[in-house]
Design a protein around this ligand. Structure first.
Ligand code: KIV
Ligand code: ZN
Length: 506
């Protein structure tokens, strides 16, 4: 393998990704995604196709002027008006492309192969004359006659292109073919090679990696694999495969992968399937008794190990169902502050399996209800800490401040605190009230919009740790994110106190 020490990541979520049927992003959403991609560390953001509409020009321009660290690129055909539209947006790079396969030449551009080379060379020279970086793509390269492909790549290299791209436009190549094509190109041109693979046969990631094995130095991909038809190679799998399997570095801060995926899911409305690699809800979930037992002993027994949920900003979940085992059920119940005895765990597990056998999904709430029915004495409604009153004050010229009144057993306690935002201020205020009773640390905070819109139902999940190292989770769902956060925190605090009481009684 001709492996490099590092590979550049070229993100085309805002261009090819937006070509996903049914997706249309607003200018503001595009800017927010671009900021997130920059935070993630992508080397190049293909911000759009400026000639295609006024709105597209406006968003590319705003992204190019947002002061991001990533290079901002605009897509253009090999035509002067297209290139001018990109240049007008102040991009740092223009990606110019033309069809090179016989089928596309005959039925779309209808020019001779020599004319196409001339157009490509003129476009590259024009871009370079304007002092910006130039990426040239031979569209449908994987169905292009090899001699012609090498000829056009050589011609654009001579014209000053900085990098060339081998697109598998209709996703028909296989990894050995991609390796062979990339190798031939690598042996012919000196400038770096980029690849752009579509996923029509589910091979986009494998083909991108094959190209890297044969000399490719940049990979084009999209968040959640969005893109035309079956989409493009997904950035999450490309990056984690390169980093964790191949040991090839990228500039991606992988712990932001999950939150980036969630943002793109929310803005595009295209749901990530639960079994999607890296960022799908089930990517680090374990149901079967054999697996959960193993994972609770040592996570790499049934996970790759070279990739953990923490690395990608995700979380591990033990879920219950017909394959559940006692270890997993006990761990899940401990996590919510319940500490059943051994025989109770066995009975709860049997009930969970019965439900699973009847084809029922066993949610965490179902599991808690079963546990409470069997454990009897522990009432989940029992609340040691309850919210009485709460206010939060925020704005663009003030430090967010929150005041809170809680009932703890039969006392009413009040507190207040500030924070970087209303959620932070409110959670700090809760902690300020509780801190004299128990030093509780917030170790994890997750926010997810369950529905769409600015009044979306948001689910907040928190993980809390007490001074003795007990870790519990708290959860709440509300349309008001701040309220959901406070309630999730209070539910976690109750679980810590309930767990303590239970242990004292045992
Ligand atoms: O799939 C493709 O060929 C493209 C080009 C513009 C690179 O998206
Ligand atoms: Zn494409």
């Amino acid at each position: 393998m001709n492996l490099p020490s590092s590979v550049s990541i070229y993100d085309t979520t805002l261009r090819d990704g937006e070509q996903t049927p049914g997706v249309a992003l607003t200018v503001d959403e595009k800017i927010e995604i671009a900021r997130q991609l920059d935070k993630l560390g992508v080397d190049i953001i293909e911000a759009g196709f400026p000639i295609s509409s006024k709105g597209e020009r406006s968003s590319v321009k705003k992204i190019a002027r947002a002061g991001l660290g990533s290079t901002i690129c605009g897509l253009s055909r090999v035509l002067t008006p297209d290139i001018d539209a990109s240049l007008d947006c102040d991009v740092g790079m223009v990606h110019t492309f033309v069809s090179t396969s016989d089928i596309q030449i005959a039925h779309t551009i209808k020019k001779s192969k020599e004319e196409i080379i001339e157009l490509a060379v003129d476009a590259v020279s024009y871009i370079k004359d304007h002092g910006v970086k130039c990426l040239f793509s031979a569209m449908d390269a994987t169905r292009t006659d090899m001699d012609y492909l090498l000829k056009i790549f050589k011609a654009v290299e001579d014209a000053g292109a900085d990098i060339i791209n081998i697109p598998d436009t209709v996703g028909v190549v296989t990894p050995p073919m991609m390796r062979a094509i990339t190798e031939e190109v690598y042996n012919t041109v000196k400038i770096p090679i980029d690849v752009h693979c579509h996923n029509d046969f589910g091979l986009a990631v494998a083909n991108s990696l094959a190209a890297v094995e044969a000399g490719g130095r940049e990979v084009q991909c999209t968040i959640n694999g969005l893109g035309e038809r079956a989409g493009n190679a997904d950035l999450e799998s490309v990056v984690m495969s390169l980093e964790a399997i191949y040991g090839v570095k990228t500039n991606i801060t992988t712990k932001y992968l999950y939150e980036t995926s969630k943002m793109v899911e929310r803005f595009t409305g295209i749901k990530v399937p639960p079994n999607f690699p890296i960022v799908g809800e089930n990517a680090f979930s374990h149901e079967s008794g054999i697996h959960t037992h193993g994972v609770l002993e040592r996570s790499d027994t049934f996970e790759p190990g070279i990739m953990t949920p923490e690395m990608v900003g995700h979380r591990r979940r033990i879920v219950s169902g017909k394959h559940a085992g006692t270890h997993g059920v006990e761990a899940m119940l401990n996590d919510v502050g319940l500490a059943p005895k051994k025989e109770q765990v066995r009975e709860i597990t049997e009930r969970v399996k019965d439900l699973g056998d009847k084809g029922k999904e066993v949610t965490e709430a179902d599991l808690e209800a079963i546990a409470e029915a069997i454990m009897g004495e522990l009432k989940r409604e029992e609340k040691i800490v309850e919210l009485n009153e709460f206010t939060v004050f925020t704005g663009n010229k003030v430090t967010p401040r929150s005041t809170i009144k809680l009932r703890f057993k039969d006392q009413v306690l009040t507190g207040e605190d500030t924070g970087v935002g209303p959620v932070d201020a409110s959670l700090n205020a809760v902690r300020s009230v509780i801190k004299d009773i128990e030093d509780i640390k917030l170790t994890e905070y997750n926010l997810e919009a369950i529905t769409g819109g600015s009044n979306a139902l948001a689910e907040v999940r928190v993980k809390l740790e007490d001074a003795s190292g007990h870790v519990v989770s708290g959860r709440a769902a509300r349309e008001d994110i701040v309220m959901a956060s406070v309630e999730a925190m209070i539910s976690g605090i109750n679980r810590i106190f309930l767990l303590r009481e239970k242990q004292r009684k045992q």
